[in-house]
Write a protein that binds this ligand. Structure first.
Ligand code: GUN
Ligand code: ZN
Length: 690
């Protein structure tokens, strides 16, 4: 049974909790490598001074040194290291590779038994480390050996958690095969192995290809460990790919050779004139004193510096997941070295095929970091949904207004919006052309349209992507006339990119436009347009008639004039959340959605045992999820039903559909409105619209 649970997500990255026999730790987690008897900083110090939670040590080294082996077998590895927290052990795979030890030096079953005997919390199989220059055929053999060793290790693991390393070298197809073969086995943690030489050669792009290939085929409920990745420069990007565990021997190795680790790279002490660091170790000395110290004393200070800096970067990464801006942190780190930038580029290229979070997941700002922002998964999901789901595709007059996208959109365009609001979509549509692509007027408040902040000097990559989004959407539209309201903004140049040059009439401003526009013939309630747009965007609801929109009431906020609730008979059915422009259904609203044929993608089916609790408003725990849509993204508004389809309530998905099915621990859906809770009344001060 998995010991892992997810608390929060940001794309593939996850904040989790991992339970071991010696305590529960928070992930992403960095385990310093400790050497029995040799480490300058003890495990207890690593916890008390540097705030690490777990350490990793080497079972092969313990087993092959008489006094360590005897002590460990006698009193356990926790006593040997004088540490009561969680300990992971490695098997000697890496020593076999680096020291060229003969085949047979370590017995694969013995070394796993030994790890269990000494009381390791997480033991590791004796996998086969493939050289990065090995041929495909050779690596294929290594993968087979590793899988076989995982298989024979399972019967001897006892109550120790077992790490089954995914090898496969630089060949994504072999990484996938290794992951597929490991997936059905009773394994608790999956390290990605064979990466150390790639790390040393800054071949981060190869690491990204290998890791994403493995990740996409590993069971989501098992934590993934990036073996031998101890440089803080790469933590943000590794976590961005969904890695949960790290180990670091680098902190000591780099210190020994006079090098300081930073999240922005490595610096040799002899190259420094200043100590550019605020950690306690650096603060305790000066650059002159440090450079004059003897080697051992110097190495101890650098070791401590490296530990402080590595621990802080992992904390920063965890905070970024909670804030939903890990991609921005990784983009910042990618500026430290071209190899990291290249790796981020590969990541963004491949992530399109994997997963992103729902646009509703987190309503924080998306900040432009550079050309890569054009491929931000949140922005791509937004554009993709507009292309697939925008409900109005035919109109007499299409008006396009270049805009920078950030708020306040509508205030600068009040005059033109007033014209749109008077008309039926079949008569007139308004598209804002922004650096994130097309934002139809109906969706201007939907996250992240107004939360994406670009500088006035948009780069050409972002402009090209925005132009492509416009061209794609226009190719699905039918319209008689098209107006382009020329404006002094960077996206104005996109009028040329649309292939519309011949068809679009350019007007110089809103006043000119209103002279050309046909008179408003069907004064139409704009709220319905917005709701139809948002329902389509959010749940792929196209047929608004089945939804009974015409019979529903709408209330506006008395302070902002924006839509606040959709109501029926004085009861609130939906609330439009001002921070993300999306709808949350109440119990009554959820029932209406269900009755109008909401897609299964947005339903979660729970065990009948759990149904009464969910109906009472308790969170849906993953172990009670019987079925969830495979395309459901984390952060979406979902409906929860029992096995007979009986509606229990509406809530927010914490996990994606695949994860809901795979995990046995943790929360799948936080309920907002449940069957047995009282219906929601709307506030007195809101104005009833109709
Ligand atoms: N340490 C660094 N890389 C590896 C690896 O590929 N396998 C194991 N077992 N340990 C490692
Ligand atoms: Zn420092």
């Amino acid at each position: 049974m998995s010991q892992f649970e997810i608390r929060a997500k940001d794309g593939l990255a996850r904040l989790g909790r991992f339970e071991t026999n010696h305590g529960t730790v928070t992930t992403p987690l960095l385990m310093p490598v400790v050497h029995p008897g040799k480490s300058e900083v003890t495990p207890s110090q690593l916890v008390s001074e540097f705030k690490f939670q777990m350490v990793i040590t080497n079972a092969y080294i313990i087993k092959s040194t008489d006094r360590f082996r005897d002590a460990a077998l006698d009193k356990g590895v926790h006593s040997l290291l004088n540490f009561s927290g969680p300990i992971m052990t490695d098997s000697g795979t890496f020593q076999m590779y680096t020291h060229g030890l003969p085949e047979g030096e370590i017995d694969p079953m013995d070394i796993v038994s030994f790890q269990r005997q000494i009381g390791s919390d997480v033991g590791t199989i004796l996998d086969t480390f493939s050289d990065p220059y090995a041929t495909w055929a050779r690596v294929e053999q290594d993968v087979q050996v590793s899988t076989e060793r995982a298989r024979i290790s399972i019967p001897v693991k006892g109550d120790m958690l077992l790490a089954g390393t995914v090898q496969g070298g630089i060949y994504p197809d072999l990484r996938i095969r290794a992951a597929d073969e490991m997936a059905p086995l009773n394994i608790d943690v999956h390290p990605i192995g064979g990466l150390v030489p790639l790390m040393e050669q800054y071949r981060y792009a190869d690491i990204v290809r290998a890791t994403l290939a493995a990740k996409s085929h590993l069971p989501p409920q098992r934590p993934v460990h990036l073996f031998g990745c101890g440089h803080p420069m790469f933590f943000a990007q590794a976590v961005l790919m969904g890695c949960d565990l790290f180990d670091s021997a680098s902190y000591a190795k780099f210190a020994e050779s006079g090098r300081l680790l930073f999240p922005t790279g490595t610096v040799h002490l002899s190259d420094l004139r200043e100590l550019p660091c605020e950690c306690p170790a650096c603060n305790s000395t000066t650059i002159d004193d440090l450079q004059r110290l003897d080697k051992a004393a110097q190495s101890l200070i650098l070791t401590k510096h490296n530990l402080y800096v590595s621990a802080a970067e992992i904390r920063r990464v965890r905070q970024a997941i909670a804030d939903g801006n890990l991609l921005e942190l990784a983009a910042l780190r990618a500026r430290s070295h071209p190899a990291l930038y290249e790796a981020l580029d590969i990541f963004l290229e491949q992530i399109g095929n994997i997963e992103s979070s729902a646009p509703s997941a987190n309503a924080k700002s998306v900040f432009y970091t550079g050309p890569e922002t054009a491929r931000h998964p949140l922005l791509r999901t937004f554009q993709y949904r507009i292309l697939e789901r925008y409900p109005f595709r035919r109109t007499r007059m299409l008006v396009m207004v270049p805009d920078m996208g950030a708020k306040p959109f509508s205030e600068t365009n009040q005059a033109i919006e007033n014209e749109v609001k008077m008309r039926d979509p079949a008569e007139m549509l308004l598209f804002y052309v922004t650096p994130i692509g097309v934002v139809p007027w109906e969706l201007e408040h939907v996250y992240p349209a107004q939360q994406t902040i670009f500088p006035a000097s948009v780069d050409s990559e972002c402009l090209t992507a925005a132009g492509e989004s416009l061209t794609r959407l226009l190719s699905t539209m039918e319209f008689d006339d098209c107006m382009w309201v020329s404006r002094e903004t960077p996206t104005n140049v996109l009028s040329a990119a649309t292939g519309l040059s011949d068809r679009a009439t350019k007007v110089s401003g809103v006043s000119e436009l209103s002279q050309i526009l046909p008179a408003a013939s069907h004064p139409q309630l704009w709220q319905k347009r917005v709701i139809a747009g948002v329902c389509a965007f959010q749940w792929d609801v196209r047929d608004m008639d089945s939804f009974g929109l015409n019979e529903l009431g709408i209330t506006l906020s008395s302070s902002t004039g924006k839509i606040r609730h959709i109501t029926r008979n004085g009861k609130v059915l939906f609330t439009l959340v001002p921070t993300n422009g999306l709808l949350t259904p109440t119990y009554d609203g959820g029932r209406l959605l269900l009755k109008s044929g909401l897609k299964d993608d947005y339903k979660v089916v729970v065990d009948d045992d759990a149904a009464p609790f969910v109906a009472d408003g308790k969170s849906v725990m993953t172990k009670f999820v019987k079925w969830a849509g495979p395309h459901l993204m984390a952060g979406e508004e979902v409906l929860v039903v029992d096995s007979k389809g009986e509606f229990l309530g509406s809530g927010k998905a914490v996990l994606n559909g695949r994860e809901m099915m795979a995990f046995r621990r943790g929360v799948a859906v936080i309920m907002r409105h449940s069957k047995k809770q009282p219906p929601v009344d709307y506030k007195e001060d809101d104005q009833e619209s109709f």
